[in-house]
Design a protein around this ligand. Sequence first.
Ligand code: GLA
Length: 436
Amino acid sequence: MFVSSAGMHVAVLLFAAALPLTTVALDNGLMKTPPMGWLAWERFRCDVDCEHDPKNCISENLFIDMADRLAEDGWKELGYVYVNIDDCWSSMDRDKEGRLQSDPKRFPGGIHKLARYVHDRGLKLGIYGDMGTHTCGGYPGTPLDKIKIDAQTFADWEVDMLKYDGCYSNVTEQEQGYPLMSEALNATGRPIGYSCSWPAYQGGLPPKVNYTQLGKICNLWRNYGDIQDSWDSVLNVIDWFFNNQEVLIPAAGPGRWNDPDMLLIGDFGLSMDQSRAQMALWAIMAAPLFMSNDLRTISSGARSILQNKMAITINQDPMGIQGRRIVKEKNGIEVFWRPLSSNASALVFFSRRKDMPFRYQTSLSKLNYTTGSYKAFDVFAEKTVMLKDSTDFVVSVNPSGVVMWYLSAPAKRHLRQFYKGGRSRDEGNAIPSFIL
Ligand code: GLA
């Protein structure tokens, strides 16, 4: 085809214009499954009164304590490896070179030393910054002109993750700042997981929020408001995420996650049933699992929910497909489903009822599963049942509680004996037909 020199010129220009886009993409290879760990904010907030509350104030001692617990109490082995500092860690002033510095009284060793300590325990350290003039708690922010220097400071301190909040910044600054920080973190050469609060400041939905772009520049992002220590707050978060699932599901995948905020399990606001519900639905959502609780005093009940291996396996499924709500009954029962690797899937039966355990009757074929036999493992009761798609079954779901199943096709070898050299027509496939 003949290309005029004017056409060529345009082509070159277009190519050049496309270049900056490629350098903006976050390229840290991190968080192929949702990150897991501990984050200070929901439980410890901005308690800086170490004189009166030495055990609970935002100080290096708090993070050392939590790192010790993560390393010694079986959390780390399950994947809970991030120890994340939130707001209120810094001094009110930058140092002479213009760098952020930690509060000298509360972090006498400094962040770099804390990172070394955390790394020595086989864990990772996260820190918090804010795109505006100030953090939400009123500490120094990282506005546009400070992005490079602060990214470099975090890398020099050997930090592994940054939560970049958005208080005291406007739309235009955010449009520039969030991609710029992504580039600046990349440019340090240190892999630093990048959590962006940007969408939460823009209502979480298109057209204001561009999830394709976010997936290229951030590893995870807060879409919605802050979670608080109450069941009402959990319901509010659940409603928003599942009412907007058609927008949110395609945004998620390995290395890029929607973040419905921290796990409250082990705090004051949730019953054991509600705690299981939060764990189950966060697993269905492929959500980051950041606990915000006191690991020094956590009850064994809360611990066993957070340490439930199957719930974690479901959350961490390598396909990284975010699950969805598939049934919303008028009687207050909802069913959620997530496709998993190896033809497996997860189901959650959830009750919004306030009266008594509800006996919900259904079958896998009613939930759109294809013909076949299935093995259903009850994640919290730790029991297995075998089911045909056509079998009617009843699950008893407690008020504000869940029943969670991990479903797999049973071993296929037995079937194969009868279908030598070929695939049986009947091999269970855990993928409901409606997505095929
Ligand atoms: C915002 C964030 C919270 C927390 C606080 C800290 O509200 O959404 O998660 O980081 O700021 O001030």
